[in-house]
Design a protein around this ligand. Structure first.
Ligand code: ASP
Ligand code: MG
Length: 407
């Protein structure tokens, strides 16, 4: 007998019919003699609808109220799923995040889980029940309701799996696994059998959207074996583990992409030892996330600096820079919109030089200009014009042997 954590996302629990389908997937596990903890998201797009409701009342609602509101979405699903299981004579009990002992730091809207008091859940499992836990929510030491950031139910599931030392954590979703690139845009995308934690972290952070990045971090830290799989189709998914073997000696595992990127240039920046730290500290203090940074150093008195941000943060970034112009000591700001980031990811890169060179060559051959570049041990990212994004993804996917038709 094993202990399995199953997580079902919003689409998978989006209607009564689908909740009944989920009940069946739970029953399949208990029929095999397993103990099961189920983590669920809010039904369908209901979290978005709650956000819209709030917006109708306030442009900037306070974050405590937002958590109070958004945490209700998951509560609907746990109750309905529990009813569905009990209806099938499979004893089940539903718990909110706080009832399940999920304690978080005191941050509204994007809290991290600090501890999980597993006693209640363990007792119910021992009593033979399926335990259903609301994803995406927890409670602070002071008894305040918090949420874990959009997409955070994945993190609830992995954290519970780690705390309960579960044998496995299955993430059920509306796709059949993790793909070499987004199959909605690239027809030749293939499902991967396995991906390493590090690769998945890069892919999750790069906007691949299949898993919440913090869930992958948790899985890596606690070595939780994850599988991303379909709630509708009964097929094998993608396993995420420490060492994933490379198929056919490929060096790249996947191509990720993200649009709505803006490049901000700071021109005529005083060339002092502290100018960079001052700029990025100021941005960080205003919770503005900067991605790629390019600096041109010269002996001259001023230097130029460029960095990329999400386009949605542009207004605020410019405001912060302008309001601090005196301290930051630069001459001029410039912004280039309609950019995108295309990245290749694969742990095979560590031992294979020339991967970045090949990427640049492929893009050049296709007349795609690179605006900015960044690399890590297992990733190379290039910022290109948004209108070239999908073409770039396609040619890279093909060039690195990932396309179904390039085998
Ligand atoms: N319901 C939350 C969201 O839509 C959490 C989740 O689904 O993971 O972001
Ligand atoms: Mg999700």
């Amino acid at each position: 007998m094993g202990l399995i954590v199953q997580k079902f996302g919003g689409t998978s629990v989006g209607s009564v019919e689908r909740i009944l389908n989920v009940a069946q997937r739970v029953k399949d596990e208990t029929d095999q003699g397993n103990q099961v903890v189920v983590v669920v998201s809010a039904m369908g797009k209901s979290t978005d609808q709650l956000v819209d409701l709030a917006k109708e009342i306030s442009a900037a609602p306070n974050k405590r109220d937002m958590d109070m509101l958004l945490s209700t979405g998951e509560q609907v699903t746990i109750a309905l799923l529990s009813m569905a299981l009990n209806e099938q004579n499979l004893p089940a009990v539903s718990f909110t995040g706080w009832q399940a002992g999920i304690v978080t730091e005191p941050v509204h809207g994007n809290a991290r889980i600090t501890t999980i008091n597993t006693e209640t859940v363990k007792n119910q499992l021992a009593a033979g029940k399926v335990v259903i836990v609301a994803g995406f929510q927890g409670i602070t030491e002071d008894g305040e309701i918090t949420t874990l950031g959009r997409g955070g139910s994945d993190t609830t599931a992995v954290a519970l799996a780690a705390a309960l030392k579960a044998d496995k954590c299955d993430i059920y979703t509306d796709v059949t696994g993790v793909f070499t690139t987004d199959p909605r845009y690239v027809k030749s995308a293939r499902k991967l059998q396995s991906v390493s934690y590090d690769e998945m972290l890069e892919l999750a952070n790069l906007g691949a959207g299949v898993l919440h990045p913090r869930a992958v971090e948790f899985a890596k830290n606690y070595q939780v074996k994850l599988e991303v799989r379909s709630s509708m189709e009964r097929v094998e998914g993608t396993v995420i583990e420490e060492e994933a073997s490379m198929e056919q000696n490929l060096v790249v595992r996947g191509v990720a992409f993200e649009d709505e990127i803006t490049k901000v240039s700071v021109l005529g920046l005083a060339n002092s030892l502290t100018s960079l730290s001052t700029i990025f500290t100021t941005l960080a203090e205003n919770h503005l996330n900067v991605d790629i940074i390019v600096q041109s150093t010269t002996e001259a008195e001023t230097a130029n600096l460029a960095f990329s941000i999400k386009t949605q943060d542009l207004m605020e970034t410019l405001n912060v820079l302008e309001n601090n112009k005196g301290v930051l000591n630069y001459e001029q700001l410039d912004a280039e919109n309609k950019l995108a980031k295309v990245s290749i990811v694969g742990s095979g890169m560590i031992s294979n030089p020339g991967v970045a060179a090949q990427m640049f060559e492929v893009l050049a051959k296709n007349q795609i200009q690179i605006k900015m570049v960044s690399t890590s041990e297992i990733k190379v990212s290039a910022v290109v014009e948004e209108k070239h994004m999908l073409k770039a993804v396609e040619v890279l996917h093909q060039a690195f042997g990932l396309s179904a038709d390039s085998e």
